[in-house]
Design a protein around this ligand. Structure first.
Ligand code: DGT
Ligand code: CA
Ligand code: CA
Ligand code: ZN
Length: 581
């Protein structure tokens, strides 16, 4: 479901930025930012809450609750509108550039009169930023990178946001009379990390009822193209959706064609030609007689090409056709194989929910085990101490087996410093069931230093998992520059698993890195990095990414039974190899 919470989160965040950019009270800006995050992570749909219930959301007081109520009732908030009017839209756009916060954006506007990304690029090329207070050559460089990153992301959107919209649309179209089948295709079905547009297919004899249904959806802003077989529309959020209606007897061929990728389709068509066949979105035909040979299901189409059904996440022309012809496709990991999550937070650090709520929600998901891994002391704003984390350990032990026998692991997420050291001493680390270690700062160290830092973390016998290994954030932060081949080799040598962080902003490692790391014999952990109850289901995006990296159940340590997982966690550094047991 597309949640009102996301809209309210965006609005409150924008208000925080506007306060900051108009030189307002920093404390107030921070309060709105915290409230934005809390609303985004809240487990209940804000549009169903009354004023009293809104104030039960952490960090939401009366004045913020009033603004939410105003927005839900009228679609806008007058205080936000007022601030918007004070600042040109182009300046507001500047804030969205990675590496350029509200404070710097305001300086650029006031000192240089910069009020658009293009004007900013001009100013950068004329080297006019470096003389401003708080700027320098390094800042110029970072802003240039930020703009490049933003332009590269273009109009593509994140996987979860496309998925929410697509699933809602599929369920609505499925209820239309005459619907014999409906599903999403394209890059979304292949679980690419970002989505250009959403492709939805309907199987039905008549297309008119579906095309009419689309025009009347509440989130349709504009119909871009309207035909008998295809309608393209733009949603109120600016997302493009292509809906195609296929005759039920060509469903399989249409689904195969519109799932893509284009590169995969070119390969399948080549095979068809070799068999003296012709493959299109309507079916597989005899090239000579034109007789239809297969079209109803994808399985039929692939089978008549001499191929097994190929999972959509593999359809990228990365060797899946050859593997299929050899009968050698990987037996891909599935979400149901996951026995537990190994990287999650609570409100003891920057999470939004208490331990008890996170654990109860994990048990609901049917996990056999679950690790709590709050941040260690280096992330200063959270003021972690040994006393606090040991007190948490008591609570974790008390909750162990409390829900359907689910086992709890008490862990921590360490911060990897610039030298590769972490923020608790070895003897203290030995007391944890699991240590994840991640980079959260010093993103611009040189390649050699960055590599050494990660390799040292792998060599620490207490560290079992490297969290979000490249630290990239889609459209916002590039991956750190390191020799990842050396890191992958170190992971394999030391039996350190690499995380596939399932947060849709991260998806880190990405599919291509996973393929490379797997060749070194590395093991992986697919984790949500949940900071709220509603983040636990993000795991599906990590699974999609793992599939795109051709991973099987055996490659992923959190599909293993607890005994085998514990041997992996504790056998490290004692001459055991990854995956033993
Ligand atoms: P996107 O939307 O950029 O995230 O990526 P896709 O893969 O969803 O691409 P899209 O929406 O342009 O087209 C959906 C699928 O339709 C695509 O994956 C394969 C198929 N398709 C579209 N155009 C062509 C084409 O020119 N040739 C072939 N073979 N297939 C095409
Ligand atoms: Ca698409
Ligand atoms: Ca499309
Ligand atoms: Zn984390």
């Amino acid at each position: 479901m597309v949640r009102a919470n996301d809209e309210v989160q965006a609005l409150l965040q924008e208000y925080a930025d506007l306060i900051a950019i108009t030189g307002g009270d920093a404390f107030k800006a921070r309060a709105y930012e915290k409230a934005a995050r809390a609303v985004g992570g809240y487990h209940r749909d804000v549009s169903t809450l009354d004023a009293q219930q809104l104030r039960e959301i952490p960090n939401v007081g009366k004045s913020i609750a009033d603004k939410i109520t105003e927005y839900l009732a009228s679609g806008h908030v007058s205080a936000v509108e007022e601030r918007r009017e004070a600042i040109p839209a182009g300046v507001r756009e500047l804030i969205t550039i990675p590496g350029l916060g509200p404070r710097k954006a305001l300086v650029l506007y006031e000192e240089l009169g910069v009020s658009s990304v293009d004007q900013l690029l001009d100013a950068l090329h004329q080297e006019r930023l470096r003389d401003l207070k708080g700027f320098g050559e390094k800042t110029e460089e970072n802003i240039l990178h930020g703009i490049a990153l933003m332009q590269k992301a273009g109009d593509r959107i994140l996987l979860d946001s496309a998925m929410d919209t697509a699933e809602q649309l599929v369920s609505e179209l499925s209820r239309v009379t005459g619907c014999a089948g409906c599903c999403y295709a394209g890059s979304l079905r292949r679980m690419r990390e970002t989505i250009g547009d959403i492709d939805v297919l309907v199987a039905a004899e008549r297309s008119a009822p579906f095309m009419e249904a689309l025009a009347s959806l509440p989130y349709t802003a504009e119909i871009l193209a309207h035909g008998a077989k295809k309608t393209s529309l733009r949603t109120t959020k600016g997302l493009q959706i292509d809906v195609r209606v296929l005759p039920p007897d060509s469903w399989g061929a249409g689904l195969q064609y519109f799932t893509g990728s284009k590169a995969h389709n070119i390969r399948t068509r080549e095979i068809a030609v070799r068999h003296k066949l012709k493959l299109s979105e309507y079916g597989l035909f005899d090239a000579g007689s034109g007789e239809k040979i297969a079209s109803e299901t994808e399985e039929d189409v692939y089978a008549r090409l001499g191929l097994p059904w190929i999972p959509p996440t593999l359809r990228e022309d990365r060797g899946e056709i050859a593997a299929g012809l050899r009968g050698d496709l990987p037996d891909l990991i599935e979400e149901r194989d996951i026995m537990g999550d190994l990287h999650t937070h609570t409100d003891l650090t920057d999470g939004l929910a208490p331990l008890e709520d996170m654990v109860a929600a994990a048990a609901e998901r049917g996990y056999a085990y679950y690790a709590v891994t709050d941040h260690a002391p280096d992330l200063a704003m959270q003021r972690m101490t040994k006393e606090k984390i040991l007190a948490q350990r008591e609570r974790v032990r008390a909750l162990d087996r409390a829900h359907h026998g689910m086992r709890l692991l008490h862990g921590t997420e360490l911060n990897i410093g610039p030298e590769g050291t972490v923020d608790w001493p070895d003897d203290f680390l030995a007391g944890f069931d699991l240590c994840v270690a991640s980079v959260h700062s010093h993103f611009t160290l040189g390649r050699q230093a960055q590599t050494r830092r990660l390799v040292r973390a792998c060599e620490n016998p207490h560290i079992a998992v490297i969290g979000h290994p490249t630290t990239r954030q889609l459209g916002r932060r590039p991956p750190i520059d390191a020799d990842f081949d050396a890191v992958f080799a170190a992971c394999a040598r030391t039996g350190t698993a690499l995380e596939i962080n399932a947060h849709p902003n991260r998806l880190d490692l990405c599919d291509e890195d996973i393929l490379r790391a797997k060749r070194y014999g590395v093991k992986f952990a697919v984790d949500s990095d949940a900071h709220a109850v509603i983040h636990l289901p993000y795991l599906r995006y990590g699974i999609g990414t793992a599939q795109r990296g051709w991973l099987t159940k055996d490659d992923v340590i959190n599909t293993w039974p607890l005994g085998r997982l514990r041997r992996f966690l504790h056998g490290r550094g004692h001459g055991r190899t990854a995956g033993e047991g």
